[in-house]
Design a protein around this ligand. Structure first.
Ligand code: CUA
Length: 665
């Protein structure tokens, strides 16, 4: 279902011809008379031909749907944002790590509370109510997005969440042991056997108290490459079958999984092999100085197929509920190697065919391209230049590097178009470099810079349609810029960030559209064809569905079955919502009594959502058609309280209200 091709270039020809014809008032029949209208509209808006072309090539007519969906992380807003492409319009925000009252997520409705609570580290003082959503990864089948699930990490807490793409709702947050944070490294393996995450902040994992002094950093602190299997029925991550590979206390960063030629392997960047710990008031240099002292860091090369076998053979230690392959075992078993990489890199990205791996060195103007074949040869012939202080074999840089391509200032992250080109974000230069791989479709010299396009400003990641798959679509590229500065009307001191849509299916990349992002700090995104979900997405639930199981809730009731029961002093309310009333609409409780409300929406029509708010008890649920939710609270506060439907569901929406009477004991 690929939509490759040249839509905007083909359009451009028509439009330019139309504009020219319109300008001289020529009429060549009904087809070209549109040119006159377009020219007039374009002139009225003061658009240049290029701007009008950009507008047309991204226009999605009212009532039509975008071809692609972009899933962008929301940074420390904790959410995921779904954006249509090419229109660049926000379709939806999916609450993940942070409560959202519109969705009824985390305000007294059981499913959101359960997910947020089960996904919180029990050692923390209270259930976490925020996260730092960084790197989304779509599930894959045969190395291509399959539209089933989305995974995303919490950089702040070392967690991964799962969103079910049937209803676009979060179903699980998993707190991973032996990690206190995670940055990059979220990917799914080519058939979603595992979701991977690596540590960011090294942690004294073996210390019982969790404490170790920084003076003992080298001995006590460690990183972890973490592999969690995915239940193929539910998409849920299952900690029981997972494993970790102990790593030196370098900061493991972005990562990518091998595919095609390199299937079974994974590649993790690192920085701070100097193991600097800062100490700016203790007589030491800041970490940023210590961590750039060396002229290189280590690309971690991991044989994960072999790691899974090593675990199956029992060569692990159980630690905090996780099977951990100790560093020594990983070295002995030959599943971990290092290759020098330009210092303090950001992205490591495997090309669609898996033969090459490119690394960008932030402080180095080049992309370094490693050959997987050369890596294998070097491993087989034990062509090592030594080991690090922990004994991990280091491959000879010159023996494994295929090419170095000079790109410009501050290269960060690379995406591929499937036509033999790579696109690398240049943070310092605020540009995207297009460069040729080994066999570019246009016949350029391999491994050379081909083009550059300015972006606004300070681009971090970029995302290509189907960019992390074996078959990128090579038509739309989005630049996720950290700064917008003057691109949008200033709306105060906290500026929106800026997504920029770039058409890359022509000879030259073209900047087509800006999208202000005023709802978080996106880090990375995945762009998937709408085809992958358009037949599988649910628009209503079967009657009485529990969101966590996606099956009928045992507490669901049909219209006519509503009742209030008292069981062991507890009040159990089996209620329904339908335009425009609740049954029952009067709930009588005694002070101190536990109240459990099982509410089912008996609506069947798409988009008829009801809310259920008991403001006096800080409860706000949201019920899509067919959904059943449970709310539970102790009626500790006496009074006569109104509850109401928070969603404008009908002409009599305001009348959709009721009473919670809590009688003093
Ligand atoms: Cu139901 Cu408003």
């Amino acid at each position: 279902m690929k939509t490759k091709g040249l839509p905007y270039l083909a359009l451009a020809g028509t439009l330019v011809a139309g504009l020219a014809l319109g300008a001289v008032g020529t009429r060549l029949g009904s087809d070209t008379s549109i040119g006159g209208t377009l020219a007039a509209a374009s002139a009225a808006r003061g658009l240049t031909g290029e701007q009008a072309e950009a507008a047309l090539s991204t226009f999605v007519a009212p009532g039509e749907h975008d071809d692609y969906l972009m899933f962008a992380s929301g940074g420390h807003s904790g959410q995921v944002h779904v954006v249509g492409i090419p229109s660049m319009q926000l379709l939806k925000t999916i609450p993940v790590f942070t409560p959202d009252s519109w969705a009824g997520y985390g305000y007294g409705a059981d499913w959101g509370e359960q997910i947020l609570e089960q996904g919180s580290d029990p050692n923390k003082n209270e259930a976490l109510r925020w996260g730092d959503a960084h790197h989304p990864a779509l599930s894959e089948t045969d190395g291509d997005y399959d539209g089933r699930w989305l995974y995303i990490n919490d950089r702040a807490n070392g967690r991964i969440a799962m969103v079910d793409l049937r209803d676009f709702k979060t179903k699980q947050i998993l707190d991973l042991p032996n990690l206190q944070s995670s940055h990059g490294g979220v990917f799914t393996t080519p058939d979603t056997e595992y979701v991977h995450i690596s540590a960011k902040t090294p942690t004294p994992v073996w210390s019982e108290s969790g404490y170790a002094d920084l003076a003992d950093y080298q001995e006590a602190f460690r990183g972890m490459s973490t592999w969690v299997p995915v239940n193929q029925e539910t998409g849920r991550m299952e900690l029981d079958g997972g494993f970790q590979i102990e790593l030196p206390p370098y900061n493991q960063d972005l990562a990518d999984v091998g595919k095609g030629a390199s299937d079974g392997w994974a590649f993790l960047n690192s920085y701070n092999i100097e193991m600097a710990t800062g100490g700016t008031l203790e007589g030491d240099a800041p970490l940023e100085t210590g961590a750039i002292a060396s002229d290189h860091d280590y690309l971690h090369i991991i044989n994960w197929h072999k790691a899974a076998e090593v675990v199956a053979d029992g060569k692990y230690v159980e630690h905090n509920g996780m099977r951990v392959i100790p560093l020594d075992t990983a070295i002995e078993e030959g599943l971990l190697y290092f290759a020098p990489e330009p210092r303090n890199p950001h992205g490591v990205d495997v090309q669609p065919g898996g033969e090459y791996i490119s690394v960008s060195g932030k402080l180095d103007p080049s992309a370094i391209v490693y050959s997987f074949e050369k890596i294998q040869d070097a491993i087989a012939s034990e062509d090592f230049v030594g080991t690090d202080v922990y004994g991990v074999p280091i491959l000879d840089f010159d023996a494994v590097v295929e090419a170095q391509v000079e790109l410009g200032g501050g290269p960060l992250h690379t995406q591929f178009d499937g036509n033999g080109y790579a696109y690398t974000s240049l943070f310092v230069e605020s540009a995207i470099a297009k460069w040729a791989l080994d066999a570019p479709a246009g016949g350029e010299e391999p491994w050379t810079l081909v083009d550059k396009i300015d972006v606004h400003y300070s681009v971090g990641h970029l995302a290509m349609a189907h960019g992390d798959t074996s078959e990128p679509h090579g038509n739309w590229l989005v630049s996720l810029n950290k700064l917008s500065v003057d691109r949008h009307q200033p709306v105060g001191t906290l500026h929106p960030q800026n997504f920029q849509l770039i058409g890359v299916d022509g000879e030259k990349p073209k900047l087509l559209k800006d999208m202000p992002v005023g709802f978080g700090e996106p880090h990375y995104a995945q762009i998937m064809s709408r085809e992958r979900i358009k037949d599988s997405v649910w628009t209503t639930y079967p009657a009485g569905t529990d969101l966590l199981t996606m099956e009928r809730s045992e507490h669901a009731v049909a219209a006519g079955e509503e009742r209030i029961e008292e069981v062991d002093g507890e009040l159990h309310v089996y209620a329904t919502a339908k335009r425009s009333h609740f049954v029952p609409d009067v709930i009588r409780a005694k002070e101190g009594q536990k109240v459990v409300v099982h509410l089912t929406s008996v609506e069947e029509a798409p988009d008829i959502t009801h809310g259920f708010a008991i403001p006096a008890y800080n409860i706000q649920a949201s019920l899509d058609p067919g959904e059943t939710v449970t709310m539970e609270f102790e009626a500790s506060r006496t009074g006569s309280f109104g509850f109401y439907c928070t969603e404008f569901c009908s002409a009599l929406h305001l009348e959709m209200q009721g009473w919670l009477l809590v009688e003093p004991a």
